[in-house]
Design a protein around this ligand. Structure first.
Ligand code: G6P
Length: 614
C-alpha cells in the first residue's frame, strides 16, 4: 500500500527520502514520487521502481532541506505518472500533498471544487485534498489551520503530509486511521508510514493517534488532536524503536522471502523463549488482564485476512481440541458488513502480521461496537494500530517481514495460537497437566523440527522444475491441514501467478474431480493423522483419472511413491503441530517455482504487504 516519507532537516534530505521509500517498497506500489523545496517545488514522479526515481533525482541533482516522498498503490486511477504523488493544486500550486488511504466522499468534493472553477489533472482522490487545502488556505492564510479545516470535510481512513511553498521550514501531517509516525532526529524531524523508513536517521518515534495533526520543523514539532474538541497541544510518548538496520537487511539471501522462510526455526525459538524452562504456559503471555478475561470467556471469534485468516482456521481446530471452546473464524472484510449475533463473553481475536490491515481493524471495532467485550491481538508489530486497540496482545516476535508473501509471520502466529489454546484449555479445566506438558514439549522441539523440514529443499526444487510450467495446480488437505492447503495455494498464486485452488479433499467428488486430467497436478498434504486413510482414498480418486500427484507426508505416513505419485517425507509426525511443519515445503515450493518463472518474488505484481485501505 502507499508509503509516505517526510523530512525537514538541516541538510539536503533527498537521499533520506529515497532510502525511506526503498524501505517501504515491501508494502507494494506501482509508482513513486518526490517533491523537494528549493526556492520552489521540484517534483519528480515515475511508474518505475524507487531505484529509477533515485536515478533521475541524481541525474537532475534534485536537492532540498524539506521534502515529501511517496510510493503509490493505485486505488483511484491507473498507475501512471500523472496519478503518482506528490499532488499539486493546479499548475501554480502553493502546496504539495502525499496521501495514503481513501477519501470516500471524493466525488462529491470533486464536483463541488470543479463547480468552484478548480481544474483536476489526475484521476486520484488525493488531488481533491490538495485543492481543498488550497481553498481553505486562501481563507486561513496558515497551512496548519487550512489542513485542520479540510480534514473535517474528508471522509475515510487516511494519512496525509502537506508541504507549502511559502514556508520551506515546515511540513504538516495528519493521521486518521492509516499508519503514520513521527521520527525525531538530531538534525531534523521526519514522518513515515512505518519505522523501517526512518531508522536510518533516528530511533526516537512517536506513534500518532487518530485525529493527530502535527507540524514538523527542523528542530521542533507540535501535535494537536482534531477529534478531541480542543485544539490545545497534546503530549505523545516518544518510543525508542528496537528495529536495527540489520533487521531490515537481506543478508546473504537472494530474496527477503527466502531469508524469511529460513528464519523460521530461529523466530520460533524467539517466541518460545518464554516457555523454555517450564512445562506450562502462563496466561501472562497474553497480557496482565489475560487470566481474568480468559476465565470470563466461553467462545472465541477470530477475525483476519489473507494468510492470517488461514492461521485462524488452523487455530479453530486447536481451540476445539485442546480447549473445547467453540471458535468461529471470519474473513474480516465479510464480517464487518454482517449483522452478527452478540455474544458478550466471546474473546475476539484479531490476527495480523502488520497490525494495520484496514479490514481487520474495522472488523474488530465493529465486533466491539456490537457488544463483544474482550479482545486480543496476535500481531507481529508492537505499537501497531491493532495492538493499541485490544485489551490483550501477543507479539509474534518474528522481526520485520519484508516479502509480500507472508511466511515467518504465519508460523509464529500459529505458535502463538497454540499457546492460546493451551492457556485457555488449562484455565477452563479441559487440559490435563500431562497433556499440557506434552504440547509444551512438542513446541519446544519445534525449532529443531522446522530445521529438519527445511532440509527437504532439494527435493522441493525437483518438484518446482516439474510444476513451473503448469497453468493450474490443485491443493488438497483434510481437517487441520485443509487451511495449510489453502495457504499453499495462496503462496503459489501470490508469487508465481499460477492459478491454484485448495480443496478439502473430501469435497473432491463434489466438483473439482471434473478438472482432473494429466495437465492438472495435485499437491496433497498427507500426514500420519486420523484422516490418512481417507486421504489415501482421495489419492486413488485422482490417480484413477490420470491426475499427477505430489504428496507431502511425514516419516510415519504409509504412502509410497509409485507411477504418477511422488512423495516427499518431511520429519516425524508432529501431532497437533503438524500443520506448522507442512507449511514450510509449500512456502519453498512457491518460492522455487517463482524463481524459475522469474517473477518479482518480494514485490509481486498488484499486491501490497500492508493493506491499509478497504
Ligand atoms: C496482504 C498481504 C498478505 C497478508 C494479508 C493480511 O494481503 O499481502 O500476506 O496475509 O495482507 O495482512 P496482515 O498484516 O493483517 O496479516
Amino acid at each position: 500500500m502507499c508509503g509516505i516519507v517526510v523530512a525537514v532537516a538541516k541538510n539536503n534530505v533527498a537521499s533520506v527520502l529515497l532510502e525511506g521509500l526503498s524501505q517501504l517498497e515491501y508494502r507494494g506500489y506501482d509508482s513513486a514520487g518526490i517533491a523537494l523545496m528549493n526556492g520552489g517545488f521540484h517534483r519528480l514522479r515515475t511508474t518505475g521502481r524507487v531505484a529509477e526515481l533515485n536515478k533521475i533525482v541524481n541525474e537532475r541533482k534534485l536537492q532540498g532541506k524539506t521534502g515529501i516522498a511517496h510510493t503509490r498503490w493505485a486505488t483511484h486511477g491507473e498507475p501512471s505518472e500523472h496519478n503518482a504523488h506528490p499532488h499539486f493544486s493546479g499548475e501554480a500550486s502553493r502546496i504539495a500533498v502525499v496521501h495514503n488511504g481513501i477519501i470516500e466522499n471524493y466525488e462529491t468534493l470533486r464536483q463541488r471544487l470543479q463547480a468552484a472553477g478548480l481544474k483536476f489533472i489526475s484521476d486520484t482522490d488525493t488531488e481533491v485534498i490538495a485543492h481543498l487545502i488550497t481553498f481553505n488556505l486562501e481563507r486561513t492564510l496558515d497551512l496548519f489551520e487550512a489542513v485542520r479545516d479540510s480534514v473535517t470535510e474528508l471522509q475515510g481512513v487516511y494519512a496525509i503530509a502537506v508541504m507549502e511553498e511559502a514556508r520551506s521550514d515546515r511540513i504538516v501531517v495528519f493521521h486518521n486511521g492509516t499508519p503514520l509516525l513521527l521520527g525525531l532526529g538530531t538534525s531534523g524531524n521526519y514522518a513515515a508510514s512505518d519505522a523501517s523508513a526512518l531508522i536510518q536517521v533516528t530511533k526516537r518515534m512517536i506513534y500518532l493517534k487518530e485525529g493527530d495533526l502535527a507540524e514538523l520543523y527542523c528542530d521542533s514539532y507540535r501535535i494537536v488532536n482534531c477529534f478531541n474538541g480542543s485544539m490545545s497541544e497534546v503530549d505523545r510518548i516518544v518510543h525508542e524503536s528496537k528495529l536495527t538496520t540489520e533487521d531490515l537487511g537481506i543478508g546473504s539471501y537472494a530474496h527477503f522471502m527466502q531469508k524469511e522462510i529460513f528464519e523460521q526455526p530461529s523466530v520460533a525459538a524467539n517466541i518460545l523463549e518464554e516457555i523454555f524452562n517450564t512445562n506450562s504456559a502462563s496466561p501472562q503471555l497474553f497480557g496482565d488482564a489475560a487470566k481474568h478475561i480468559f476465565t470470563q470467556i466461553d467462545k472465541v471469534l477470530i477475525l483476519a485476512c489473507g494468510t492470517s485468516y488461514h492461521a485462524g482456521l488452523v487455530a479453530r481446530h486447536w481451540l476445539e481440541t485442546v480447549a473445547k471452546l467453540t471458535c468461529n473464524v471470519e474473513i474480516a472484510s465479510e464480517y464487518r458488513y454482517r449483522n452478527p449475533v452478540i455474544q458478550a463473553n466471546t474473546l475476539v481475536v484479531g490476527i495480523s502480521q502488520s497490525g494495520e490491515t484496514a479490514d481487520t481493524l474495522a472488523a474488530l471495532s465493529y465486533a466491539k461496537a456490537f457488544g463483544h467485550r474482550y479482545s486480543l491481538a496476535i500481531c507481529n508489530v508492537a505499537e501497531s494500530t491493532l495492538t493499541r486497540q485490544t485489551d490483550l496482545c501477543f507479539l509474534t516476535r518474528a522481526g520485520p517481514e519484508i516479502g509480500v508473501a507472508s511466511t515467518k509471520a504465519f508460523t509464529t502466529q500459529l505458535t502463538g495460537l497454540m499457546l492460546l489454546a493451551v492457556v485457555l484449555g488449562k484455565l477452563h479445566g479441559k487440559l490435563s497437566n500431562e497433556d499440557e506438558s506434552k504440547i509444551i514439549g512438542a513446541l519446544r522441539h519445534l525449532p529443531v523440527s522446522l530445521n529438519r523440514v527445511l532440509r527437504a529443499e532439494s527435493e522441493i526444487k525437483v518438484w518446482a522444475k516439474k510444476l513451473s510450467e503448469s497453468q493450474h495446480i490443485l491443493f488438497l488437505g483434510r481437517g487441520i491441514h485443509y487451511p495449510i492447503a489453502m495457504e499453499g495455494a495462496l503462496k503459489l498464486k501470490e508469487i508465481s501467478y499460477i492459478h491454484a485452488e485448495a480443496y478439502a479433499a473430501g469435497e473432491l467428488k463434489h466438483g473439482p474431480l471434473a478438472l482432473i486430467d494429466k495437465d492438472m497436478p495435485v499437491i496433497v498434504i498427507a500426514p500420519n493423522d486420523e484422516l490418512l486413510a481417507k486421504i489415501k482414498s482421495n489419492l486413488q480418486e485422482v490417480r484413477a483419472r490420470g491426475g499427477k500427484l505430489y504428496v507431502l507426508a511425514d516419516n510415519d505416513s504409509s504412502v509410497e511413491s509409485s507411477s504418477g505419485l511422488e512423495v516427499i517425507r518431511l520429519t516425524e509426525y508432529a501431532g497437533l503441530l503438524s500443520p506448522i511443519l507442512h507449511t514450510i515445503p509449500l512456502q519453498l515450493l512457491a518460492y522455487h517455482i517463482a524463481l524459475i518463472r522469474n517473477t518479482d518474488i518480494d514485490k509481486p505484481r498488484n499486491l501490497a504487504k500492508s493493506v491499509t485501505v478497504e
